[in-house]
Design a protein around this ligand. Structure first.
Ligand SMILES: *[C@@H]1O[C@H](CO)[C@@H](O)[C@H](O)[C@H]1NC(C)=O
Ligand SMILES: *[C@@H]1O[C@H](CO)[C@@H](O)[C@H](O)[C@H]1NC(C)=O
Ligand SMILES: CC(=O)N[C@H]1CO[C@H](CO)[C@@H](O)[C@@H]1O
Length: 304
């Protein structure tokens, strides 16, 4: 009797104090341990050309087999996509819009926002390319606003952010700013503060790789920080020349091997020399539903 009422008292006071202070996230991206870890010290799985999904194995311009919501539900926490100016509207397209038109950026972001709303304890990164130089103020910002993602996007106090200086996942979640947006070229935070320039913060390995051993080198980067003070992304997708045509496409036939632990760990190990021994921050994969990308990330994060 005595003991039970003590328990009741303890429970009640726990609830009372929890409601008195702002609620702090206790599970972050699925793991309590990640709440106290810097965003710059976490390995996330990324989906390359996330919009370019098709179940049809003959859709050669498709780099994914499952849709964006399914990619997120599988555990993808970086969505990469290539934009194009399609008659004045920005769309996500593969190389050219005729080849694979993934729809408008605005519709894409609305899909992502719906997922974010039902998954409040998740930090997500968006990495968009802007080869047509679409306007930040006239095209990108309105697309983000139409989906309501601008309000969730993190704006660092200053740029670039060194790998060790990023806030913890818990801090990002508690602040409500749990989406980190990068753009490869043309970002200008004086125009749109939450679209961050990729290369001063993240370096990348080469792309359109056709060598299955994925030799690591620092391909795209920008100063002023040293490479080992950047986060980094391995572009871990294999391309294949279709029937000797000189046209490289993503290789679905080798996806299970490419996205297997052996291949991913070998690539990561090859890169550690450029990153003060650290694991990659982002494993950018094609066909994320095939292979063991999520297990690889768990292992690199120390969970498996
Ligand atoms: C995080 O830090 C640990 C300990 O220094 C390191 O082993 C790991 O590779 C780091 N991961 C990333 C993605 O920086
Ligand atoms: C986008 O396309 C429209 C119409 O084709 C054109 O008027 C506009 O200048 C283009 N924008 C950029 C940034 O190229
Ligand atoms: C082959 C491959 O995955 N290439 C991609 C590497 O990442 C950049 C984006 O940051 C893409 O533009 C490439 O398509």
């Amino acid at each position: 009797m005595h003991f039970l009422s003590f328990i009741t008292f303890a429970l009640l006071s726990t609830f009372a104090s929890a409601s008195a202070i702002p609620r702090a996230a206790t599970v972050c991206n699925g793991h309590a341990e990640l709440c106290d870890r810097s965003y710059g010290n976490v390995t996330f799985v990324g989906a390359h050309d996330s919009f370019a999904f098709s179940e049809d194995p003959l859709a050669l311009a498709a780099d994914q087999r499952v849709d964006i919501t399914s990619q997120l539900n599988l555990g993808v926490r970086l969505l990469q996509a290539q934009s194009h100016n399609h008659s004045g509207t920005i769309n996500f397209c593969h190389t050219i819009c005729l080849l694979f038109n993934g729809g408008t950026v605005s519709d894409y972001l609305k899909t992502v926002k719906a997922w974010l709303d039902t998954n409040p304890n998740e930090v997500l990164t968006l990495l968009f390319t802007n080869p047509d130089g679409a306007s930040l103020k006239e095209q990108w910002d309105p697309a983000f606003k139409s989906a309501g993602i601008d309000a969730l996007a993190y704006v660092p106090p200053s740029l670039p952010v060194a790998q060790k200086d990023w806030p913890t996942l818990g801090a990002l979640l508690d602040s409500g700013k749990r989406v980190v947006v990068f753009m490869d070229t043309g970002a200008d935070t004086t125009q749109v503060p939450y679209i961050l320039p990729e290369f001063p913060n993240i370096w990348e390995t080469p792309f359109t790789v056709t060598d299955k051993s994925f030799p690591c080198s620092v391909d795209r980067t920008a100063g002023p920080l040293a490479n080992d003070a950047h986060m980094y992304m391995i572009n871990h997708s294999l391309n294949k020349d279709v029937l000797g045509t000189g046209i490289d496409i993503s290789d679905p036939w080798d996806a299970a091997t490419t996205n297997g632990l052996t291949s991913i760990f070998a690539h990561a190990n090859g890169c550690a020399q450029f990153a003060d021994g650290r694991a990659p921050n982002f494993l950018l994969l094609d066909f994320v539903n095939i292979g063991e990308g999520f297990k690889a990330a768990d292992t690199l994060n120390g969970f498996a």
